[in-house]
Write a protein that binds this ligand. Structure first.
Ligand code: HEM
Ligand SMILES: *[C@@H]1O[C@H](CO)[C@@H](O)[C@H](O)[C@H]1NC(C)=O
Ligand SMILES: *[C@@H]1O[C@H](CO)[C@@H](O)[C@H](O)[C@H]1NC(C)=O
Ligand SMILES: *[C@@H]1O[C@H](CO)[C@@H](O)[C@H](O)[C@H]1NC(C)=O
Ligand SMILES: *[C@@H]1O[C@H](CO)[C@@H](O)[C@H](O)[C@H]1NC(C)=O
Length: 510
């Protein structure tokens, strides 16, 4: 008599056989190669759930394919690793074939209701990222960008002076995150910035872990209950912000986006939800990048000394202050005068970036006359796999090399977005990249000049980043690093007063 176990085993074997047959029957030979599978339709999902971006990196290492297919239940994903193919997919001429899914992502986690989603899809759907047009326009370059950066740097100066000194022990990530939050949102949302209210900032922090649930959980209203309540509080604050006309005092892109959306038919209560997307873009990666940059500098005594020496290049003059004299430091020259700090920034982004670009294939197409891609499939470009590819970056691809971008030859590689892509690429490339680079580098410069930072543990230990959210372009450390912050006692710096400005020569008022 066959045992129950034998029957179950046979049944499983049959199901397995059927799934296997279905998998190969529905996979065409002309499609990108299928990675060998052990559990049809499920092993990729399990791999991604368990190892996140690292799963895609390990496939790249193991198989070395320029492009390959991953099958999930009801979804096929083409993962692209080769720079030549990346270039083709992100080219402007192919934008209507590979449409970014950012609007879907934004609509998913911001909680817009059905009516608003339909409105926005109708208004922007074909372009995928039309709703960010104002951000691109105002933050690309020029006077508006300069003004926003200047405001953010002013906020940082005040915040660091009051917030860092005399606090003793702090979490390095949290301390930097808080300062950047106030500076970035202050510069963008203006005098009535909702995040100036600590309760709103706290609610935002409570909301962020819920985003993964909104993306991947079947019942986010159950599994992310607290996070969604926190989001509602932030939205309420923004609704009030718009209804009282506070956005009229904001950086010009905010009222412009509000008016554009209002013209499409979005009421203030719904426009407030869309600010969750702007806030997320602004608050998700900058602080994490600042943390890793600070960590790599502070934990390497030689680099720390060099960075501080370079910062002295920024002193443009002396100014009188009520208590004596101050050295005026023009932070807008960091990128030309501080090669090590700037190289560290680029390397921090390259080394840690977890960016994944996601696009949807709009119609059947044969890529470079070789790979047929099916309509409705997802194209994924895992930046991490590209950034750690030894074919692109040489044998040291997976090491942190603070001098990689130090020389002009090294810097040249920064402009190739098929190889270096922490900010994405193409039409959806992060419009906040100049703004965030300037503000983060200013923050780090201010801290380095004025404070000594030492790990409470005695030794710097790099935190893990296993639990980092897959949607985030940068990986949050799993644990914060407790540090002691003291005013610098360095013999050259102890009696120096710094006046930190952005663009001293152009609109300095004495
Ligand atoms: C170090 C900090 C930052 C990093 C690493 C980063 C990275 C990225 C990445 C990878 C994308 C997606 C690009 C693509 O799909 O090709 C993106 C999009 C975007 N980022 Fe950033 N970002 C940062 C800071 C900021 C800041 C401070 C702002 C706003 C002030 C901002 C605004 C945006 C917006 C609006 C988009 C959507 C662009 C579009 O699709 O049209 N980002 N960012
Ligand atoms: C969405 O919200 C707006 C404003 O509150 C409202 O007019 C509209 O009826 C709502 N739509 C749905 C489907 O709930
Ligand atoms: C796309 O190709 C598949 C076969 O690979 C075919 O079944 C489908 O009809 C095609 N779709 C369009 C819109 O041509
Ligand atoms: C657009 O995609 C097609 C199909 O693969 C490719 O032949 C073409 O070179 C791409 N265009 C650009 C500018 O890369
Ligand atoms: C720039 O990238 C190329 C390959 O794309 C690599 O061989 C070279 O070493 C890089 N240059 C520097 C200075 O890192």
């Amino acid at each position: 008599m066959p045992s129950t176990l034998a029957i179950i085993t046979i049944a499983l074997a049959i199901v397995y056989g059927i799934l296997y047959a279905v998998l190969y029957a529905t996979q065409s030979n002309s499609e990108p190669r299928l990675i060998p599978t052990t559990i049809p339709f499920l092993d990729s999902a399990i791999g991604i759930a368990r190892h996140k971006v690292d799963y895609l990196v390990s496939l790249r290492r193991r198989y070395g394919l320029p492009i390959h297919t991953l099958r999930m239940p009801f979804q096929r994903i083409y993962v692209i690793n080769a720079p030549q193919l990346i270039q083709v997919v992100q080219s402007k001429t192919n934008l209507s074939t590979f449409v970014p899914t950012l609007l879907d992502f934004g609509m998913l986690f911001s909680g817009l209701n059905r009516t608003s989603k339909d409105t926005l899809t109708k208004a922007y759907g074909a372009h995928g990222n039309g709703f960010t047009k104002s951000v691109h326009r105002y933050l690309a370059s020029g006077l508006d960008l300069h003004a926003a950066t200047r405001t953010a740097v002013e906020k940082l100066t005040v915040g660091i002076r009051c917030g860092f000194a005399g606090q003793g022990q702090v979490g390095l990530y949290d301390a930097l995150r808080h300062q950047l939050c106030l500076a970035l949102t202050g510069a963008i949302y203006g005098a009535e910035n909702p995040y100036d209210d600590p309760a709103v900032e706290a609610s935002w922090l409570e909301f962020v872990p819920g985003i993964s649930h909104l993306l991947y959980s079947p019942f986010p209203s159950l599994t992310a209950h607290k996070a969604l309540k926190a989001r509602a509080r932030v939205i309420k604050a923004f609704q009030n912000y718009f209804e009282t006309g506070s956005h009229m005092q904001a950086f010009a892109m905010i009222p412009e986006m509000f008016n554009t959306n209002a013209n499409h038919g979005l009421p203030p209560s719904e426009a407030a939800k869309l600010e969750m997307a702007t806030s997320l873009a602004m608050l998700s990666s900058g602080a994490i990048s600042a943390f890793w940059l600070m960590f790599h500098i502070a934990s390497d005594p030689d680099v720390l000394r060099t960075c501080r020496e370079e910062l002295l290049n920024l002193v443009v003059k002396e100014a009188d202050t009520p208590s004596g004299k101050a050295k005026v430091v023009d932070l807008s020259n960091i990128r030309t005068q501080c090669s090590t700090l700037t190289a560290m920034w680029h390397e921090t982004l390259r080394y840690h970036s977890t960016v994944i670009n996601i696009k949807k294939v709009q119609h059947n197409i044969t890529l470079v006359s070789e790979y047929s891609l099916k309509k409705g499939a997802i194209v994924m470009i895992p930046g991490t796999a590209v950034h750690h590819d030894t074919n692109i970056w040489g044998p040291s691809a997976s090491e942190f090399d603070h001098k990689r971008f130090f020389t002009p030859a090294g810097r040249k590689n920064l402009s190739n977005t098929a190889a270096y892509r922490p900010f994405g690429a193409g039409t959806t490339m992060c419009p906040g990249r100049h703004f965030s680079t300037s503000v983060v580098l200013s923050l780090v410069a201010m801290v380095l000049l004025q404070f000594d930072i030492e790990p409470v543990q005695g030794q710097w230990q790099m935190p893990t980043k296993k639990n980092a959210d897959m949607w985030n372009a940068m990986p949050k450390p799993d644990q914060d690093v407790p540090v002691n912050v003291r005013r610098r006692v360095d013999k050259d710096a102890s009696d120096t007063e710094w006046k930190l400005v952005w663009g001293a020569t152009t609109g300095e008022k004495e």
